[in-house]
Design a protein around this ligand. Structure first.
Ligand SMILES: [Zn+2]
Ligand SMILES: [Zn+2]
Length: 147
């Protein structure tokens, strides 16, 4: 079994434990997310699967993503007015985003918990989480710009 197969089995197990029915579409959306390293939008998932499931709508994809999100299998990343992206890597990590093609890549760095506690102390907020993003140009875009 590959790593993503193992992850898929694990995710299906989590769904079953939460009493969620595994439909073929739900299975396909989950599988696509786990194999995709690009943090796709619901629309991208829909387009990737529409040949396989001609009766599936974007709304179905959204509903499935909402279910996964409620169970904690995926994270939703919202970016202002553009559509949400979905991340099935729920371990702590940060994102670097390509300003040219919009690709989001994971990278690991120890969580900046000190910043959270400092923010809490200074502002007396009850801090729930933080988000940090690094912006730049991905290697693919750098290469195509050089031409
Ligand atoms: Zn790029
Ligand atoms: Zn991510």
């Amino acid at each position: 079994m590959t790593v993503s197969d193992e992850k898929l089995q694990e995710a299906i197990h989590t769904l079953k434990d939460s009493g969620v029915r595994i439909t073929p579409q739900r299975h396909a959306v989950l599988e696509f997310l786990l194999n995709s390293m690009t943090h796709p939008t619901a629309d991208e998932i829909y387009k990737a699967l529409e040949n396989k499931f001609p009766n599936m709508s974007v709304a179905t994809v959204y509903n499935n993503l909402r279910v996964f999100k409620e169970i904690g299998l995926v994270r939703e990343l919202t970016y202002g007015d553009s559509s949400s992206r979905f991340d099935c890597n729920t371990t702590d990590h940060y994102h670097v985003i390509c300003e040219s093609c919009g690709k989001i890549v994971d990278f690991h760095y120890p969580s900046l918990n000190e910043v959270e506690s400092l923010a809490e102390k200074v502002t007396e907020f009850d801090v729930s989480h933080h988000r940090m993003e690094i912006y730049g140009t991905c290697s693919h875009c750098q290469a195509s710009m050089a031409h």
